[in-house]
Design a protein around this ligand. Structure first.
Ligand code: HEM
Length: 486
């Protein structure tokens, strides 16, 4: 519009590169092309090729939606932090009936309220207590074949992290690792597993989403809402009975002390479950994919973890495991579980870079523009990480401060609330595996292939042989293992 043009002139904006498109009004052919690319599991790689071809910032149109894609760290900083108020996450429609108004789906005052409600309950006290993790880890070990035969640990990690997050949030012990097919818990975990793909399907519909009625999504939501509601109501009754005289023992208890709105609590719990489970499971799966292929990494890790002398690591032990932290960072760099951050401009604004032939001028961002920042491509930039940017080298973190070039947990006011917990949980699990297993063997030659639903994972799973040390793992329980394979 004329108003936008005047605004652009005032802010010295220049146009950014434009994705070559056969038709630039609706962008239907790009929609079809990108849908095929997504089916083939090549979305992230294709985006990286486009950045190589067009520069760090380019624009296009898809199904009538104007978008800007960027991997310029200055733009990332503006998007996530310095111009935070200009952009919304706009995820409400995507999650549909699953999450209602929760922290993950709202912006502005509603989001602020949710964040202030949740934040105090994910503090150091909750994170430092690792006692609950051990039970889940033992269940995980019980699912691993004792004879070292092939197992897909990716599948098991999605269960392990579900059990862990339920314990953290609700103080309930569940074992989806050992639940039997047909049981209520099995239905719950299956429904939860399906959410990623269902949300993904909604995402591909773009503006057509508003005409879409998804009964499968509604069914999955019903199962999950019922599951969480039962636990929330039970805890609420107990809490009311004690009239807050006993200190809260869980995240849920403390939330119930700050609100009586049980539907709100349900949505926040489910949001955290979603934010906390798939991300951690995806990272662990990629990390084990690497461990099975890199005996040099495994040996260095063993040397570090052996300093613990076989005892369970404490919170402060974990802080001292520097190589393990670098290993996790390198996994998050090359295989970020949230590979693209999306925002939508809630007013006409600018991004500081990407305009003009040298890409150094500001770019106009009309209201409604969708901005995507690919952390996957950003974290593989050769000008930041060097010519070996695509290689897995944990040691690079000895002398690297990446800042706006490393955003696996996002940054700014919406930075991940579970970052510390995620590190601690992953480090604990990896250390315990090192203490109990001699080595991890690669059992598949398939390359790492993107499967991107809400979060990123390896399309072919993580098929490995886990070779136990003598006398350290529990006796294999066939009953447990068969349940988990379902
Ligand atoms: C490796 C593990 C994890 C990664 C890589 C990760 C990554 C992220 C990212 C990138 C965001 C921002 C998304 C956006 O702005 O669009 C986010 C938000 C969030 N994460 Fe995590 N996350 C992880 C684990 C967890 C865990 C374990 C929890 C909680 C138990 C958690 C809770 C949250 C919450 C509540 C938000 C929303 C914050 C807000 O909107 O204000 N995350 N996470």
């Amino acid at each position: 519009s004329n108003k936008d043009r005047l605004y652009a002139r005032r802010k010295a904006c220049q146009p950014c590169a434009r994705l070559p498109q056969t038709e630039r009004v609706i962008g239907y052919s790009l929609f079809k092309q990108d849908a095929t690319i997504a089916r083939q599991g090549r979305s992230l790689q294709t985006a990286q090729d486009r950045f190589r071809l067009l520069g760090d910032t380019f624009s296009g149109v898809i199904l009538g939606q104007f978008f800007i894609s960027t991997i310029d760290p200055e733009n990332a900083k503006a998007l996530l932090s310095s111009q935070f108020a200009d952009f919304d996450s706009g995820k409400k429609a995507l999650f549909g009936p699953f999450l209602g108004d929760s922290m993950l789906t709202t912006d502005g005052a509603l989001w602020k309220h949710s964040r202030s409600l949740v934040r105090p309950h994910l503090g150091r006290t909750q994170v430092e207590d690792l006692s609950n993790l051990e039970g889940c880890v033992q269940n995980f070990f019980a699912c691993l074949p004792k004879d070292g035969s092939t197992v897909d640990v990716q599948h098991l990690f999605f269960r392990l992290t579900f059990d862990n997050v339920i314990q953290l949030l609700l103080n309930e012990t569940v074992s989806t690792l050992s639940c039997q097919p047909g049981s209520n818990l099995h239905m719950v975990i299956k429904a939860f597993d399906s959410i990623g793909d269902l949300v993904n399907r909604r995402a591909t519909l773009g503006p057509l989403l508003r005409f879409y009625c998804d009964t499968t999504m509604n069914d999955a939501c019903k199962i999950l809402h019922d599951f969480v509601d039962r636990i929330v109501e039970k805890a609420y009754r107990k809490r009311k009975k004690s009239s807050g005289s006993t200190p809260p023992v869980s995240f849920l208890d403390s939330m119930l002390d700050s609100t009586d709105d049980l539907v709100k609590v349900r949505y926040e719990v489910l949001g955290l479950l979603l934010a906390g489970r798939d991300t951690t499971a995806g990272t662990l799966s990629s990390l084990f994919y690497v461990l099975a292929r890199r005996p040099d990494v495994w040996t260095k890790l063993q040397t570090e973890v052996h300093r613990l002398g076989g005892r369970k690591p404490t919170y402060s032990d974990i802080k001292g495991l520097k190589y393990l932290q670098q290993l996790i960072d390198e996994t998050l760099r090359l295989y970020p579980p949230v590979p693209v951050l999306f925002r939508a401009a809630n007013q006409t604004t600018t991004l500081p870079r990407g305009g003009g032939v040298d890409g150094k001028s500001p770019v106009l961002v009309p209201k409604g523009t969708v901005i995507s920042c690919s952390t996957f491509s950003l974290q593989r930039r050769q000008d930041v990480y060097g010519p070996d940017a695509e290689e897995f080298l944990p040691e690079r973190w000895n002398h690297l401060t990446a800042h706006w070039n490393f955003l696996p947990f996002s940054a700014g006011p919406k930075v991940c609330l579970g970052q510390t917990y995620a590190y601690v949980q992953m480090a604990y699990i990896v250390s315990r595996v090192v203490q109990h297993y001699e080595r991890i063997e690669k059992r598949s030659d398939e390359p790492w292939m993107e499967r991107w639903s809400i979060t990123l994972m390896n399309a072919s799973g993580t098929k490995v042989g886990m070779i136990p040390k003598k006398g350290t793992v529990p006796i294999l329980n066939d009953h447990v293992r068969n349940g988990a394979q379902e």
